[in-house]
Design a protein around this ligand. Structure first.
Ligand SMILES: *Cc1c(COP(=O)(O)O)cnc(C)c1O
Length: 232
């Protein structure tokens, strides 16, 4: 080791939560959004209990998970110890897991097809739980990506609300990997305004400041908080 050059301190999860929170606050100030106007979901997928516990101890209360079974496995004991914690489903949802999803999650970000809307409505009816829903839009028109095509998004929103009575609060998108995300964020904002929806779930570790500038009301940040993800 070079003398006089100590290893940099690993800031740890609490430090990174605070740093991302500050960056969100600055982005809000630049965008003229009131402080606290953007919800910060820490994406904890593939991370184990010690990482989750560290974030909870630091006072964080919104977490994103991509898989129903993984969330069912690791969260219940933590939720018991930290009431007021909200879990967000950000990954694709199979219709046969809708009931389980409604039981464990407080917000569903990945509603993207009529059959899933029907399954979620039935699950809400059965469980009495009504997680807020975002309709996920495939803004990049990527063939194998989840999300409703832009051309079908309005019809899906109408069906979710009108036919199924789902609590749709807004739209969500995941821009194509490696492309400038801002046009996608701008498109999502325009679509939400057209449909009369207020919430926008957009922006990840590499793009949350751009997302706030484009009107995000929820950002989903993983690696900037928890570091590189272990393989699932
Ligand atoms: C994994 C994931 C994130 C977080 O991505 P990072 O690059 O780690 O911030 C956000 N949104 C969705 C839908 C994800 O699957």
């Amino acid at each position: 080791m070079t003398a006089g050059c100590p290893p940099t301190a690993e800031p740890g999860i609490a430090g990174r939560l605070a740093a991302v929170g500050r960056r969100i606050g600055l982005a809000c100030a630049r965008a003229g959004v009131p402080p606290g106007g953007v919800r910060f979901v820490a994406v904890s997928k593939f991370h184990g209990t010690p990482a989750l516990a560290a974030a909870l101890e630091a006072g964080h209360r919104h977490f994103g998970e991509s898989r129903v079974q993984e969330a069912q496995g690791k969260w219940p004991p933590l939720l018991e110890r930290h009431p007021g914690t909200a879990l967000h489903l950000i990954g694709p949802l199979q219709t046969n897991k809708a009931a389980a999803a409604v039981r464990v999650f407080d917000v569903v970000h990945s509603l993207d097809r009529p059959r899933l809307a029907a399954a979620l409505a039935a699950a809400m009816e059965r469980t009495g739980r009504r997680p807020d829903c975002f309709v996920q839009v495939n803004t990049g028109g990527e063939p194998h990506k989840s999300g409703v095509p832009v051309a079908e998004a309005e019809a899906l929103v109408k069906e979710c609300v009108g036919t199924y009575g789902l609590p749709v609060v807004g739209l969500m998108c995941i821009p194509p990997y490696g492309s400038d995300p801002r046009p996608h964020f701008g498109l999502l904002r325009a679509l939400a305004a057209e449909y009369g929806l207020r919430e926008l779930s957009m922006g990840m570790s590499a793009s949350f400041e751009a997302a706030v500038a484009e009107g995000a009301t929820t950002v989903r940040v993983g690696e900037a908080v928890f570091g590189p993800r272990p393989r699932p």
